[in-house]
Design a protein around this ligand. Sequence first.
Ligand code: CO8
Length: 256
Amino acid sequence: MGFVKYEQEGFVGIVTIDRPKALNALNEEVLKDLEAAFDAIDLDTTRAVVVTGAGKSFVAGADIGAMSTMTAEEGEAFGKFGNDIFRKIETFPLPVIAAINGFALGGGNELAMSCDIRICSDKAVFGQPEVGLGITPGFGGTQRLGRIIGIGMAKELVYAGYNIKADKALEVGLVNAVYSPEELMPAAMKLAGKIAKQAPIAVRNCKKAMNDGLQVDMDQAIVVEEKLFGDCFNSEDQKAGMKAFLEKGKAEFQNK
Ligand code: CO8
C-alpha cells in the first residue's frame, strides 16, 4: 500500500492518500492501494473511517498523464476500475467521512462524494473540470453530484467545469462544514468518535437503509427500512441500549 497509509485510532480508521508529489492524483496503483486499505479494515474493531489526503491536496483527480494515451476501451475499463472501488467505499459497511484538506477535483471530488459525509478545510477547492480535458467525469461525478447537491447546480458545475471554494461548497451542500486546516482532522476525528459511540450494528443498518432506499421507490424503500430496523432487535446492543435508557444510564456498545 505504498500510496495509501492506514492508521487506527481507537475505533476509527484513517485512510490517507499519499502521493503528494502529484497532488495525490489517482492512477491504477493508487486506486489499487486505496481498495486494499478498505479491504484490510477490521469490521469488528473499527466503527468509522476517515479519508484524507497527504500534503496540500485531497486528490487532484485521476492521473491525466496516465489517461492521456488511453483508447476508448482502455478509458471505459479505467472508468469501471475506479467506479468499482468508489462503489465499494459508498457501500462499505461503516460510515466513511471525507476530510477534504485541499484540491478535490475530478476524481478527487468523486472520491469525496463516494464517502457518506464530507467536511473540508477553508483551503479546499472542488470541481469537475473534465470537460476542459475533453472527457466526462468518469468515476461517478455525473451521477453522484446531482444526487448530493441537486441536478441544476450539478449540471452548471459539470458543463462549465469551473472550480468552487469551500464556502460555495458549503452553500450548495457539497460539504457539511468548513474548518481551518488545523481544525479539520480533529473535527473529523470528533465526528467519527461520536459515530463510534453509537450502537455499531444500528449505525451500519442505518447506512444500508439510507443507501439502498435511495435506489428504489418509497414503497420499497420503507420495506428496506423495516427489515433493517427489525434486524437490530437481534442484537445485544439493542437490549443494552434500551435497558441503559430505562435505568437512566449509558450503554457501552459491544458491536454484538
Ligand atoms: N494528474 C496527474 N498529475 C497531476 C494532476 C492530475 N490530475 N494534478 C496535479 N498533478 C501534478 C502536476 O502535473 C505537477 O507535477 P510536476 O511537479 O511533475 O509538474 C504536480 O502534480 C503539482 O501540480 P501543479 O504544479 O499543477 O500544482 P499547482 O498548485 O500549480 O496547481 C492544480 C494545482 C490547480 C490542482 C493543478 O495541478 C491542476 O489543475 N490539476 C489537474 C486537476 C484536474 O483537472 N483534475 C481532473 C482530472 S480528470 C479526472 O479526474 C477524471 C476522473 C474520472 C476518470 C475516468 C477514467 C476514464
